[in-house]
Design a protein around this ligand. Structure first.
Ligand SMILES: Cc1cc2nc3c(=O)[nH]c(=O)nc-3n(C[C@H](O)[C@H](O)[C@H](O)COP(=O)(O)O)c2cc1C
Length: 181
């Protein structure tokens, strides 16, 4: 699969079915994150891969009600970090940016492995910390919900990719423009 194909194929599907989480999958996903770029090569990202059933069940309790679909996950990656582990250049705090780069690499690698990898913000970070033991100084940024796509559910409802802003609104050539200019 080319990068272009992975970018086109990746979707945040919610209808999931179980998948066997092999060592190969864990190695590929963690390697994708490891090789991501970061400010000054600080690598501020930290992850906990939760795959053991009773621990998955505990982390499910941290999901917001609207994310109950995530209880079909076979693997949840807890993504966390802290500002002090990365560049802070005046008002620019790079740890969130660098965590995002690592997560993006994980999502594309998961896509190539025929997995759904769906990042979410709807969860209780406090409950995640209680379950995992992540210390207070860290911020839990996202949970990546991982499974196989279940096309036998109501798959049609999520077939269509959510609308994107037109390209004319998100990039300009050579100079800044006001919207609608
Ligand atoms: C930081 C972040 C937080 C998100 N939080 C949620 C969430 O709590 N629940 C959910 O169902 N989807 C969540 N999503 C998925 C987005 O809704 C989804 O990526 C977006 O609608 C575009 O759809 P697509 O990824 O299938 O192209 C989140 C995505 C990101 C990047």
């Amino acid at each position: 699969m080319t990068v272009e194909q992975a970018i086109e194929k990746r979707r945040a599907y919610r209808l999931l079915k179980p998948v066997d989480i092999t060592d190969h999958i864990l190695e590929q996903l963690s390697r994708a994150a490891q090789l991501a770029p970061s400010c000054y090569n600080n690598q501020p990202w930290r992850f906990i891969f939760i795959k053991t059933r009773h621990l998955l069940n505990k982390i499910f309790e941290a999901l917001s009600p609207g994310n109950a679909w995530g209880k079909k996950a076979s693997l949840i990656i807890v993504v966390y970090g802290k500002k002090e582990d990365d560049c802070v250049i005046k008002e620019r705090e790079y740890y969130l940016f660098d965590l995002g780069l690592a997560v993006s690499a994980i999502l594309l690698q998961a896509t190539e492995l025929e997995l759904v990898a769906h990042p979410i913000a709807g969860f209780s970070p406090q409950k995640v910390k209680e379950t995992t033991g992540i210390p207070g100084e860290y911020t839990v940024i996202t949970l990546i919900i991982i499974g196989a796509r279940d096309k036998n559910g109501d798959g049609e409802s999520e077939e269509k990719r959510p609308e994107r802003h037109p390209l004319s609104e998100i990039y300009y050539i050579d100079t800044y423009k006001e919207k609608n200019e």
